[in-house]
Design a protein around this ligand. Structure first.
Ligand code: DGL
Length: 271
């Protein structure tokens, strides 16, 4: 049993897709969330920059006494996970492995689509993980660099002509390839689940990196006996590196909780 909080981070709002799942799976756990909104998007940046940012993000989170860190960011997970794990003396969980496991078990025709940031697609990490799990599964990948800025601007609703036009263009090659499973390999993308789902159709299974990473963390806490003994609902603290208002507005909508005046701004460059 361990009552310390879990640290969760992403470049912005995307990691909330993991938070939402954590709230359901582990309702008594305390969470500290950091969204690096001053430096979002991460997706087009170099490995060196991403590692520098991620180190700062973890250093900030670790100013709290944590029991585990969830990298709720595909871009950091695909480029820096093993380095961050080796540098930290606590469990650090990423999104790639659990997401690929779910996709491989979901596909029936052996054709899996992957949409993610440019850095994640360039890294080849999802493809490598799937090949390790099942060489027979074909992966068709597509970076979607406009999705993150659109999500950060709240353009997430079905019927919004901008997001629908962009999504249709990005998803067309995956539809043409006949994928029956689609990995939302950037944690921002499940915020577009309804838009993406309606384009891909009900026969395509969507696999959310945010949700699968939350399940992985739950499994880790169980196997290492790190679950909280709290019986009251867990608390979540939200920190961002830029204006709190926009984050609070979209986070409130997505988490269906009133987070106005809840987020705190921190200076990430200090860490
Ligand atoms: N949500 C993150 C990811 O999963 C970062 C996206 C970005 O900032 O470009 O890749």
């Amino acid at each position: 049993m361990d009552n310390r909080p879990i640290g969760v981070f992403d470049s912005g709002l995307g990691g909330l897709t993991a938070v939402r799942a954590l709230r359901q799976l582990l309702p008594h756990e305390n969470l500290i969330y950091f969204g690096d909104t001053a430096r979002v998007p991460y997706g087009g940046r170099s490995r060196e920059t991403l590692l520098r940012y991620a180190r700062q993000d973890i250093r900030f989170l670790r100013t709290h006494d944590l029991k585990a860190v969830l990298i709720a960011c595909g871009t950091v997970s695909t480029t820096s996970l093993t380095t961050l794990q080796s540098e930290n003396d606590l469990p650090v969980v990423g999104v790639v492995q659990p997401t690929c496991r779910r996709a491989v078990s979901a596909t029936r025709n052996g054709k899996v689509g992957l949409i993610a940031t440019l850095a994640s697609v360039r890294s080849g990490a999802y493809e490598a993980q799937i090949a390790e799990l099942d060489r027979g599964v074909q992966v068709i990948s597509r970076p979607c660099p406009l999705f993150v800025p659109l999500v950060e601007n709240g353009r997430i609703h079905p019927g919004d002509v901008v997001i629908e036009t962009v999504a249709r263009e990005y998803l067309a090659p995956l539809q043409d390839a006949g994928v029956d499973t689609l990995i939302l390999g950037c944690t921002h993308y499940p915020l577009l689940e309804r838009v993406i789902g309606s384009i891909m159709g009900p026969e395509v299974t969507l696999v959310s990196a945010g949700e699968e990473s939350a399940r992985e963390l739950q499994h880790l806490l169980n196997t290492r006996d790190l679950q909280t003994g709290n019986t009251l609902p867990g608390r979540a603290e939200y920190c961002v590196s830029d204006r709190v208002e926009d984050f609070e507005r979209i986070a409130s909508l997505f988490l269906q909780e009133d987070l106005h005046h809840e987020a705190r701004r921190i200076d990430i460059e200090q860490y």
